[in-house]
Design a protein around this ligand. Structure first.
Ligand SMILES: Cc1cc2nc3c(=O)[nH]c(=O)nc-3n(C[C@H](O)[C@H](O)[C@H](O)COP(=O)(O)OP(=O)(O)OC[C@H]3O[C@@H](n4cnc5c(N)ncnc54)[C@H](O)[C@@H]3O)c2cc1C
Length: 436
């Protein structure tokens, strides 16, 4: 270790044995966003990613204006000619009603969303981080934390070549701070004793792709009619046009309904698609990818978001929006917030002061999402009751003004200050609801 700089007044120099200032584990949207913003601030960032780009990731591929804002903020150009397929808003279908809601025009977010498959998307975001100066090692699987002499604090990670799998040689990488952006299962967080919380909502979703004439739909279409017998389930089916001849089709359900444990997702997808007009092409012969599924960790379902040298970003910290299942924007936003906190912490003259800054990360996340996610958990609990879901679909959907409010609430798209009545109500509710 170099001399503690509290005596010199200078920021602490990097220990000679370290491989980087910060190690980021995982180059999904969360990890790449953190790496981009850290590198832009001049820090030496090492990103370790177990897969090799381009690679698939199970997702709906829908990007809301919040995600678009993050991409723009990373200097990524979003031309349709480069494969970005824009959309104007969402279309909601349910209870015999069909309503189209355009993304709101706001000073703080663009008025359009996008669709892009994760195969291309994640690589583009990772390359932007590299261009900003982050060092990315692909095909490297992180196997565990390296702890300091007290066996309390993470000071690096062990890793193996993914191709070598279990048999390959393990080596370690060291840094002052480590960001866990390794997704929903976050083995690194688990190894540091951070488990999922049972008191937070969880979703499960599956998706596949069909060649379909609906591939160029410029609204993100969601269907609320997912039934288990007589029970209307909390969740939705989606049809997102990718603009390349295919549609991403899937469904997601929340764990707040009694049916959650025993749903056959594939059978439900088949039943739902069988109710679609034949000319849309959602039939076996047009299916161009297998049905695959994964969990959606919501509403801060792994905490604390900072402990002992480790910061959690994106799905690793359970940051999926409980209102709508959107996780890409939250992963990217939390990556940016984590980077801001780290930059400040590493510039502090001594460890105690740096630690104080780092403990501000959970608070910064609470300030950004806490009250809103608490509201989301209540919403998710309410729609777990089939009668509430039925009532809301029957009486809410036919009322356009109420639905415009609902869309702003569900997509977390409000003006931070001022705005219209809906913005002010949602912001006030988020502010007064305790961030737990
Ligand atoms: C079916 C489905 C549909 C969805 N649809 C949408 C949608 O339409 N819009 C939306 O916004 N969100 C959607 N989501 C949620 C979204 O996919 C996630 O919230 C988002 O991917 C989180 O990003 P992340 O960077 O935190 O994690 P991830 O995208 O999971 O990235 C984690 C990265 O870490 C790497 N990694 C993992 N372990 C290791 C290791 N040990 N060593 C090295 N690297 C490792 C992985 O390879 C991966 O690249 C959907 C999710 C599902 C399951």
């Amino acid at each position: 270790m170099t001399q503690d700089a509290s005596r010199t007044g200078q920021p602490r120099a990097r220990p000679a044995a370290d491989d980087a200032d910060v190690i980021v584990v995982g180059a999904g949207p969360g990890g790449s966003s953190a790496a981009y913003h850290l590198a832009r601030a001049g820090l030496d960032v090492l990103v370790l990613e177990k897969s090799t780009f381009p690679r698939e990731k199970v997702c709906g591929d829908g990007l809301t204006p919040r995600a678009v804002k993050q991409l723009v903020g990373m200097g990524i150009t979003l031309e349709p000619a480069d494969g970005w397929f824009p959309n104007k808003g969402i279309r909601i279908i349910g209870g015999g009603v069909r309503i189209e809601l355009d993304w709101p025009e706001l000073s703080s977010y663009p008025g359009f969303g996008l669709v892009r498959t994760r195969r291309g998307f994640d690589e583009i975001v990772a390359r932007a981080a590299q261009r900003a100066g982050a060092r990315l090692l692909e095909g490297v699987t992180v196997t565990g934390p390296v702890l300091d002499d007290s066996a309390q604090r993470i000071v690096g990670v062990t890793a193996r070549d993914t191709a070598a799998a279990e048999g390959g040689a393990e080596r370690s990488y060291r840094a002052r701070l480590v960001v866990a952006a390794d997704g929903n299962s976050s083995r690194l967080s688990l190894a540091m004793g951070l488990r999922k919380r049972d008191d937070r909502p969880l979703g499960v979703a599956i998706r596949t792709y069909y060649a379909s004439p609906r591939h160029d739909d410029d609204y993100l279409e969601t269907w609320l009619d997912l039934w288990d017998g007589n029970a209307l389930l909390p969740g939705y089916g989606w049809i997102f046009g990718v603009g390349d001849g295919t549609s991403n089709v899937g469904l997601g359900l929340l764990n707040t309904s009694a049916s959650f444990g025993h749903i056959d997702y594939r059978a439900m997808l088949r039943r739902w698609l069988a109710s679609m007009p034949a000319e849309w092409g959602f039939a076996e012969e047009n299916q161009v990818a297998p049905v695959r599924g994964a969990a959606l960790p919501m509403g801060f379902n792994r905490t604390p978001h900072y402990t002992s040298g480790l910061l959690l970003v994106g799905d690793a910290g359970g940051m999926v929006n409980p209102f709508n299942g959107e996780g890409i924007s939250c992963a990217m936003e939390s990556g940016e917030i984590a980077a801001q906190v780290i930059v400040q912490a590493l510039a502090r003259p001594d460890r105690a002061s740096a630690e104080l800054a780092l403990r501000g990360y959970p608070q910064a996340l609470k300030d950004a999402y806490g009250g809103y996610y608490t509201l989301g958990r209540k919403f998710v609990g309410a729609i777990g009751h089939p009668w509430f879901m039925k009532f809301a679909t029957r009486h809410g959907l036919p009322r356009p003004a109420l639905m415009r409010f609902t869309m702003k609430l569900l997509a977390n798209l409000t003006e931070p200050r001022g705005g219209d009545a809906a913005d002010r109500v949602i912001n006030a509710l988020s502010r007064i609801t305790p961030a737990a």
